[in-house]
Design a protein around this ligand. Structure first.
Ligand code: HEC
Ligand code: HEC
Ligand code: HEC
Ligand code: HEC
Ligand code: HEC
Length: 222
């Protein structure tokens, strides 16, 4: 009988299979790290805005309070975005000359909100509530970074589920003394934050295992 495969065929096959497996493993491992890197979550990437608004100018140089433009942040789920009126309260004098304020003019004329692009939007299946975090004394910069120094607004943290859970498992070290959350600059005194009375304090027994309400799926998912 003639030999169909050469004498080395077997070892070549093994070598090829070995290399193939190594390549698959390498791709899987690097894929895992790429997916978990900040870049995959758009960290540091600015969005295209209708008007080149700068927090560095308004919240930094001018020292405006976040709540002037994000009025819902203390009580509501959404922080809220400024209307054309909020900007024009100051910019009415110059808005005619500045072509960059055209989107404000049309929003005002059509009575529509200004179409700000978001760098923080979560998927629809996730629920978030600013008021709850403000009441628990978590400062803006923990989640949004140093917005006051940003000429263009970017995402500072991944906002991934892992990131939320890292804090929800043990929020106390990340909380500030009550009243210091919206204060500019240094934290006055170091009185520890008040103990949590809401979800963070409540624990549920689930199949004999204690789980904090803060790490329950239904706390963040609809
Ligand atoms: C004068 C109005 C004004 C003030 C004051 C202001 N912001 Fe904003 N903020 C805006 C506008 C306009 C946008 C949308 C354009 C942009 O993202 O740059 C925005 C966007 C944001 C976003 C991104 C929202 C998203 O959907 O991704 C965050 C976070 C934010 N602001 C935080 C803050 C914080 C923290 C402060 C206080 C230190 C602050 N802002 C003060 C007007 C303001
Ligand atoms: C615990 C983390 C956390 C803190 C603290 C926090 N934010 Fe946010 N913020 C988020 C997340 C997450 C989103 C995206 C919410 C969504 O898509 O439902 C967001 C969205 C926003 C937006 C976009 C509009 C909106 O509400 O959807 C603005 C503006 C904003 N935050 C401003 C602020 C300001 C100002 C503060 C401090 C006074 C603050 N945030 C504190 C996590 C936080
Ligand atoms: C409290 C008054 C006030 C409010 C409210 C305000 N601005 Fe301003 N804005 C200023 C002043 C003052 C400057 C000039 C700062 C400088 O150049 O030193 C300025 C500068 C600007 C500039 C030019 C920035 C640059 O890079 O030089 C733009 C664009 C702008 N504002 C847009 C907005 C928009 C959009 C809003 C509403 C979300 C807004 N402003 C709300 C006071 C205000
Ligand atoms: C730095 C800490 C921290 C981070 C980051 C954080 N949280 Fe929270 N979260 C808290 C604390 C503290 C509470 C309040 C617990 C209490 O009131 O007992 C809370 C409460 C909540 C609540 C309950 C609101 C209610 O109904 O009372 C939701 C929903 C929530 N967080 C969602 C999220 C999501 C989604 C993310 C990620 C995008 C996130 N959180 C990131 C600390 C954090
Ligand atoms: C503290 C808030 C929080 C809790 C608690 C939480 N999640 Fe999430 N989850 C998120 C956020 C934010 C996202 C969106 C970002 C992401 O995909 O990581 C998400 C995304 C997801 C996704 C989609 C992942 C994807 O790749 O699109 C699934 C599935 C999910 N969560 C399941 C769960 C389950 C199951 C639990 C309970 C064991 C749970 N989550 C608890 C915040 C939370």
């Amino acid at each position: 009988m003639t030999q169909i495969f050469s004498r080395h065929a077997d070892s070549r096959l093994r070598l090829a299979a070995g290399l193939g497996l190594a390549a698959v493993a390498f791709l899987a491992v690097s894929g895992f790290f790429v997916a978990r890197s900040g870049a995959a979550w758009q960290v540091g990437v600015p969005a295209r805005q209708p008007i080149p608004f700068s927090h560095a100018v308004h919240a930094g140089q001018l020292g405006l309070d976040c709540r002037l433009c994000h009025a819902g942040v203390e009580r509501q789920a959404a922080a809220g975005m400024p209307t054309a009126e909020t900007c024009l309260g100051c910019h009415r004098q110059v808005w005619n000359v500045a072509a960059q304020f055209a989107p404000l003019r049309s929003a005002l004329a059509l009575d529509t909100p200004v179409a700000w692009a978001s760098v923080s939007r979560l998927p629809d299946h996730v629920r978030f509530h600013h008021g709850a975090h403000m009441a628990a004394s978590v400062p803006c910069e923990t989640c949004h970074g140093q917005v006051r120094t940003m000429p263009q607004t970017v995402r500072a943290e991944t906002l991934s589920m892992q990131w939320c859970l890292d804090c929800h498992r043990d929020p106390d070290p990340r909380r500030r003394p009550a009243g210091a959350v919206l204060a500019r600059g240094g934290v006055p005194g170091d009185t520890p934050p008040e103990p949590l009375t809401g979800l963070g304090a409540r624990r549920f027994a689930h199949f004999g295992v204690e789980i904090s309400a803060l790490t329950r799926c239904s706390t963040c998912h609809r």
